[in-house]
Ligand binder design. Structure first.
Ligand code: IPE
Ligand code: IPE
Ligand code: MG
Length: 241
C-alpha cells in the first residue's frame, strides 16, 4: 500500500505478519494419524500464536487457512477443513473478541456453506470496532483470483485506463485498508508462496521454517521476529539514504 515512512522502515517489529500455515498433513503422517488430526492440532495452535504476535506488538496478522486450490483435495479432507473452520468460528472467535481482536475474512464466500459464510459475516461485524490486533483469515483465498477480480471490478465500473493506478487497484483487493505484509512466514519447509498475497508481497521479507504448523509456537514466533529485526529493507533504494 502506501510507501513505508522512515519510522516504519527502521522499526524492528513488523506491522503486518502473514503466515502460510503448512505441514499439518506431514505432522499427522509422522504420527501415523489421519491428516484430519493434523488439521485439528493446527487449529488448536491458532490462539496461542495470535496472542504471541499481539504481545510482541504486531498489529496485523494474516493467516492462510484454505487456498482456492485446496478444493482439489479429497472431498472428505475438504469437508473436515470446513468443519474445523466452523469450530474455530464458534470457539476461537469469541475468545479473540474478548481479547480485543478485530477479525476479517479474505477470499471468496460464494463457494462456502451458507451457514459458515453467515457466521463469518457475524464475527466480522461483531469485532469491527475492536482496537487490538487485526486478524485476517484467508479462506478460499487465491492471489490470482483476487487480482483478476480487482481487474474485473475496475472494468465493470468503467474506470478509464489512465486512472488505474496502484491505489485504485488496491482498493478493489480483498486486503483493502490493510497495510502490505512486512513479513511472510511459511511453516512446513516448502520454499514457495502458493498463490498467497501475490500483489501485497512485493516487498515483504520472507521467512521459511521446516517446523510443521502444529509445532509452531511462541518460541518460533520469537525466532521469526528476531530474524526480521536483523533484516535491512531498502525498497529499491540505497541503504542509509
Ligand atoms: C496446511 O497443511 C493446511 C492446509 C493447506 C489447509 P497441509 O494439509 O498442506 O499439510 P502438508 O503440506 O500436507 O503436510
Ligand atoms: C498452502 O499450502 C495453502 C495453505 C496453507 C492454506 P498447500 O499445502 O496447499 O500448498 P502447496 O500445494 O504445497 O503448494
Ligand atoms: Mg501443504
Amino acid at each position: 500500500m502506501t510507501p513505508p515512512n522512515n519510522e516504519q522502515e527502521s522499526a524492528s517489529t513488523p506491522r503486518h505478519v502473514a503466515i502460510v500455515m503448512d505441514g499439518n498433513g506431514r505432522w499427522a503422517r509422522e504420527r501415523e494419524l489421519p491428516r484430519e488430526q493434523g488439521h485439528q492440532h493446527g487449529r488448536i495452535k491458532l490462539h496461542d500464536v495470535v496472542r504471541a504476535f499481539s504481545e510482541r506488538g504486531v498489529r496485523f496478522l494474516t493467516l492462510y487457512a484454505f487456498s482456492t486450490e485446496n478444493w482439489r483435495r479429497p472431498s472428505e479432507e475438504v469437508q473436515g477443513l470446513m468443519t474445523l473452520a466452523a469450530e474455530a468460528i464458534k470457539q476461537d472467535a469469541p475468545r479473540l473478541h474478548q481479547e480485543g481482536a478485530r477479525l476479517l475474512h479474505l477470499g471468496r464466500k460464494d463457494r462456502l456453506d451458507p451457514d459458515i459464510a453467515a457466521a463469518i459475516d457475524r464475527v466480522v461485524d461483531v469485532t469491527k470496532d475492536n482496537t487490538g490486533i487485526t486478524l485476517s483469515v484467508a479462506f478460499d483465498y487465491g492471489g490470482r483470483e483476487e487480482i483478476l477480480e480487482a481487474a474485473r471490478s475496475l472494468m465493470r465500473d468503467g474506470v478509464a485506463a489512465d486512472n488505474v493506478d496502484e491505489s485504485a487497484f488496491e482498493s478493489r483487493l480483498f486486503t483493502n485498508g490493510l497495510p502490505d505484509p512486512d513479513l511472510i512466514i511459511r511453516t512446513g519447509g516448502e520454499l514457495r508462496i502458493s498463490n498467497f498475497l501475490l500483489w501485497q508481497a512485493a516487498y515483504a521479507e520472507l521467512y521459511f521454517t521446516p517446523t510443521l504448523w502444529p509445532d509452531f509456537g511462541p518460541q518460533e514466533v520469537t525466532k521469526a521476529l528476531d530474524s526480521y529485526a536483523a533484516r535491512k529493507r531498502r525498497f529499491g533504494g540505497v541503504e542509509g539514504e
